[in-house]
Design a protein around this ligand. Sequence first.
Ligand SMILES: *[C@@H]1O[C@H](CO)[C@@H](O)[C@H](O)[C@H]1NC(C)=O
Ligand SMILES: *[C@@H]1O[C@H](CO)[C@@H](O)[C@H](O)[C@H]1NC(C)=O
Ligand SMILES: *[C@@H]1O[C@H](CO)[C@@H](O)[C@H](O)[C@H]1NC(C)=O
Ligand SMILES: *[C@@H]1O[C@H](CO)[C@@H](O)[C@H](O)[C@H]1NC(C)=O
Ligand SMILES: *[C@@H]1O[C@H](CO)[C@@H](O)[C@H](O)[C@H]1NC(C)=O
Ligand SMILES: *[C@@H]1O[C@H](CO)[C@@H](O)[C@H](O)[C@H]1NC(C)=O
Length: 763
Amino acid sequence: MRISKKVLLLLLLLDLLMIFTSQLVSSKGSEEKKFYIIYFGGRPVEEDSAVRKHIDVLSSVKESFVEAKESIVYSYTKSFNAFAAELSSDEANKIAEMDEVLSVIPNRYRKLHTTKSWDFIGLPLTARRKLKAESNIVVGLFDTGITPQSDSFKDYGLTPDLPPHWKGTCDVSANFSGCNNKIIGARYFKLDGNPDPSDVLSPLDADGHGTHTSSTLAGDNVPNASLFGLAKGTSRGAVPSARVAMYKVCWISSGCSDIDILAAFDAAIHDGVDVISLSIGGGSADYTADSIAIGSFHAMNNGIITVTSAGNDGPSLGSVSNHAPWLLTVAASGIDRAFKSQVQFGDGKSILGSGISTFHPTQKMYPLVSGDDIAHNSASKEDARFCYADSLDSKKVKGKLVLCKLASWGADSVIKGIGGIGTIVESDQFLDAAQIFMAPATIVNSTIGETINHYIHSTGSATAVIHKSNEVQVRAPFIASFSSRGPSPGTKRILKPDIAAPGIDILASYTPLKSLTGLKGDTQFSKFTIMSGTSMACPHVAGVAAYVKSFHPHWSPAAIRSAILTTATPMSPRVNAEAEFAYGAGQLNPRRALNPGLIYDMNNMSYIQFLCLEGYKDSSLAPLIGSKFVNCSSLIPGLGYDGLNYPTFQLTLKRKQKTTLAIYRRTVTNVGPPRSSYNATVIAPKGVEITVTPMSLVFTKAMQKRSFKVVVKAKWDPSREGQMVSGRLAWKSSRYVVRSSVVVYSPYEEDDHVKINNYESVL
Ligand SMILES: *[C@@H]1O[C@H](CO)[C@@H](O)[C@H](O)[C@H]1NC(C)=O
Ligand SMILES: *[C@@H]1O[C@H](CO)[C@@H](O)[C@H](O)[C@H]1NC(C)=O
Ligand SMILES: *[C@@H]1O[C@H](CO)[C@@H](O)[C@H](O)[C@H]1NC(C)=O
Ligand SMILES: *[C@@H]1O[C@H](CO)[C@@H](O)[C@H](O)[C@H]1NC(C)=O
Ligand SMILES: *[C@@H]1O[C@H](CO)[C@@H](O)[C@H](O)[C@H]1NC(C)=O
Ligand SMILES: *[C@@H]1O[C@H](CO)[C@@H](O)[C@H](O)[C@H]1NC(C)=O
């Protein structure tokens, strides 16, 4: 099977093959039916009457009350008022016209986008903790489920007195015996059909992704964890004493559905989670038509911070997902460890290939051939060079190592399946994250591949051996090539991603229900495995958000994000060409985030002002704010360029206008010593003027607020089209540095990345 580059990327970087873009089609009736989400507003006063209302509304377009009742798959009534149902487009249009209905949005499917990483970013085992407060924190994950028997979720040392604010439950079933003092919530959401036979209708994780992310976030300390001896160390989460609530919304082969994601938000907000971690991507640029943007807005209204992955579609610009300004969007960086296998050749030479091969060779040397020399009679040499399943002559593979160009993942499985010993895969992409193989294999780049090919053809008897992988040191940090880049496709005014955290070759817990690769013939199973992706970076930041919250229980989502962003360790634009569009504020620094000195706080009104500025029309805001009317014209005046109190600054220049000037209004709150004073330090890139007034801020009390104004003025420079330059504003006191990136982007086209549809045009 040949697959496109894009799919290839997903196959490597997402351990899950959750690519499902087509919408479900009902088998009943001739007209095509789809799932829709119908919004009424904020949290209903009375749940039962809200449900009755849902059925009433639906009855008016269905044949009967009974049919209406049966068509509703979800009534969301705990945290906001909406329902999901299977409708024809006619029915959806009729409902959209009703007065009491605020908005109708079609359902979409998303895709899913480990312990040295904590030491690397400076959160050692011995870090200061507030254990009692930490054990009262509940972290909610929306993922593929969880493995309750995993060592990461034993409840040693955790008391049965659950956090007083917790109202969640456990779905007990044949496959899930229930919770303990560590996993205190476990639900599953799947109302659009039966799961894949390899999945289970329970909170149990048949995939491994959810077990991995949960243990990175809140797993207990597990000494001597490793993948067959690789990456050995103590596996642990950011907050080992926090409680875990799993909301299973992602399913093998069908992916993650909007209607299930919204149901998880409705439940998690009601249940009382403190932090939501969501390693799922593939949303819309329009915040009012995106289940993650909508659900997380309601979470924010309830004081819950939502942390999300930036996506694995890098390094192209504008690829970042989950970019709503109330989300904390995480890019993936590399730590100073990589996995390499030594390959020795019969001529005495040796090289290092990439990837994880856990097999010790049993012979000193094996015959080595190139795929194109062992083509099946009817197959072309070109196909055989890629080692497609039906292109090789199995008689000529038996007992040998084969050199293959990368076409799709699984050449190791193909070669093993027809009796081969192992595979050397040639590729110039995907070299920064380690792929796990199901048989001896390694990846080399095209230069080395050519050399090996030359060796094979210069002798009739080439031989080689692939050794078990080892850890090697590499220079770090750097941003993963796959990590999605800014600028945000949703707005010109906000810098996304927000921050970078480790997301390459992370060791964490895994499921016993799937082999390491999930490939046919793989017999490797392990309690721990290594995965890469912004999916793995996200729980690192969600964990630190929980860590900050255990010290500052009353901080708002915006305050926690501000603390994490302004204390990040700056990263180098020399190593990462896309600079802030790759890493946002820089690398996560957990311990400094506890004491930021100043915070940029804000509430839901700031976001509404921002949306008004962005041109969202009054009624299109309904799914977010739960009411049909907002008077945007009364909100906008005097707000400044972005209307927000964001801890970073982004200016997108007006094309070909000689100079663009933007005024930003900001307010900082003193969370350091009562008496403190800060001076502004500004670094402006060439061609950009940054002025701050006033230049110093004096505080005499804790929680005192001080406002200031930042003016950014930049000239249009045709040679910088499509590029970004960055500077910095830092507030410095004798003890703290409160750092903000200032980014100036020169777009290729006016409005090239702002695409706002209102819902009518989507229907
Ligand atoms: C789930 O439970 C059913 C019924 O007991 C059982 O047949 C099945 O093997 C279980 N699946 C897993 C993955 O445990
Ligand atoms: C650590 O794990 C390895 C296998 O991964 C095992 O052989 C060894 O005995 C373990 N050591 C300890 C101290 O548990
Ligand atoms: C803003 O948040 C407050 C407090 O959390 C809430 O009462 C109010 O309804 C929210 N307003 C909107 C428009 O969402
Ligand atoms: C392949 O790797 C070698 C050694 O690390 C390096 O010298 C060479 O430039 C690389 N080739 C490509 C195409 O990246
Ligand atoms: C909206 O606000 C503006 C400015 O405050 C005011 O002039 C206008 O009458 C308001 N519109 C409505 C419909 O209330
Ligand atoms: C701020 O600048 C003033 C004037 O240059 C200086 O006296 C003061 O010590 C500075 N404060 C800090 C905290 O650096």
